[in-house]
Design a protein around this ligand. Structure first.
Ligand code: PHE
Length: 446
């Protein structure tokens, strides 16, 4: 990572971090997880996790990155040296770097499907578009060749962008594309609320049925909160390294969290009205939900196929702006180490993610009956990264910034009013560690 490069202006950091946060997690994963976990109760726990754990952890990560101004591993190296602390904390950087590659491996598989859907047209004469859409998805994922092709294309694109350097490549494109995505999500949500069953969708999302809450719903909601904000693995730390010195961390992070949460809720309010107005579609259909519903929504619109393509182009872009931040922490470290160049590093890491991704591709077809510890390969990767590694990373970051670092030094850098700083430190010291530990313990001992 170029040490002296700092993003120009306050908006570049906001857009890049929002670019990392807003991705498939919001548009694809949030709606399907809400669907499979029973709706409103899941949403409520998810929102609580975002506010009480996600927000403070994201601020803490940004702080470490801006302090160190290097890759997460080396920022942690620097901060532990400066404060004369045990080097064991650097493991956090390593675990995050590894989690990033593991997440990228399956993220790319779904981003590949989204990219392929740019070219998916429901024939104008089709009388049952919902059924057509369900069949199309299951046919698509049953072909390992097609899935591998799109998975490969997505990994290559990610590597090209990261190889060029995050500041130039990502910083510039995102500031144009993210606003376009926001605009389209809002427009589509308005359309869908008029043409589908909005009130039932609203009820499903915001009327919690507490009987649906169990430990597995809670651990999934917490994992999703970490995943959607890109926290717990160093992505935000890596971007924090480019943040201008004067930018206010608290306010900036609040904007990012607000944008991310709004896109997820809007995606839910777009997809569920369509599901509820088409009896063939089911809220709990899982990872295929987005791909089965959106084409149906567009089908009935004038020029629907063109809009559908544009929308999937934007989803693919949102996915790229997230995937680069998955591979960046490890790549930045390789580059700093100096044994390999940035380009060689990204090829190596991209190759590993590609290979690991094949397991997720096969989970849909030739390995669909194979289980590993009771999960198929894809759900195992998803579980280990989102439900274990990211919350574990978040727990460590909270303890590190809340208990280990010098409070005065943190406050000086954060520049938030004393009373709010107290709340921030309380969340890091008590709420986040306690909540994450209780959720872990109750999941594994129930
Ligand atoms: N936040 C991204 C999304 O919602 C995924 C991501 C997770 C990106 C972790 C970087 C780090 O799609």
């Amino acid at each position: 990572m170029e040490k002296n490069k700092i993003w120009q202006g306050n908006w570049t950091f906001i857009m890049a971090a929002a670019g990392s946060a807003v991705g498939l997690g919001n548009i694809w994963k949030f709606p399907y997880m809400t669907g499979t976990n029973g709706g409103g109760a899941f949403v409520l726990i998810y929102l609580l996790c975002i506010l009480l754990i996600g927000l403070p952890v994201m601020m803490a990560e940004t702080y470490i990155g801006r302090y160190g101004r290097k890759s997460p591993i080396n920022s942690l190296n620097k901060i532990t040296s400066d404060f004369s602390l045990n080097k064991i904390w650097v493991i956090l950087g390593w675990l995050g770097a590894i989690a990033g590659i593991m997440i990228l491996s399956y993220y790319s598989v779904f981003a590949g499907i989204a990219a392929a859907y740019i070219f998916n047209y429901i024939p104008a004469t089709e009388i049952d578009p919902a059924q057509y859409s369900i069949n199309y998805f299951s046919k698509f994922v049953s072909s390992p060749q097609k899935m591998i092709l799109w998975h490969s294309l997505f990994i290559i694109t990610t590597c090209v962008v990261v190889g060029k350097g995050v500041v130039e490549g990502i910083g510039k494109t995102i500031s144009i594309l993210m606003p376009t995505l926001f605009f389209l999500v809002i427009a589509l949500c308005i359309y869908s609320s008029f043409s589908g069953d909005f009130s039932e969708a609203f009820n499903f999302l915001f009327n919690p049925d507490f009987s649906k809450i169990n430990t597995s719903v809670v651990i999934s909601a917490m994992g999703q909160a970490f995943f959607t904000l890109s926290i717990g693995m160093g992505a935000i730390m890596a971007y924090g390294a480019y943040m201008p010195k004067e930018q206010l961390i608290g306010k900036t992070v609040l904007i990012i969290v607000f944008l991310d949460t709004s896109v997820a809720l809007l995606a839910g309010l777009t997809i569920f009205p369509i599901v509820f107005s088409n009896p063939e579609l089911s809220v709990s259909s899982g990872p295929g939900l987005l791909f089965e519903t959106l084409p149906v929504a567009f089908h009935s619109l004038p020029f629907g196929n063109i809009f559908a393509s544009i929308f999937f182009i934007l989803i693919s872009i949102a996915a790229i702006s997230s995937s680069v931040s998955l591979i960046e922490p490890f790549t930045a470290w390789i580059e700093e180490k100096g044994i390999f160049s940035r380009v060689q590093g990204v090829i190596l890491l991209g190759g590993i993610a590609w290979l690991l991704g094949l397991g997720s591709v096969f989970s849909f077809n030739i390995w669909s009956a194979k289980t590993f510890f009771g999960f198929n390969f894809l759900s195992l990767m998803d579980f280990i990264t989102n439900n274990l590694m990211l919350p574990m990373g978040g727990l460590t970051i909270s303890i590190f910034v809340g208990w280990i670092l010098n409070k005065e030094a943190v406050q000086k850098e954060m520049k938030i009013p004393k009373s709010l700083f107290k709340v921030f430190i309380f969340c890091l010291r008590v709420i986040a560690p306690l909540a994450i530990s209780i959720i872990f313990l109750s999941y594994f001992f129930s």
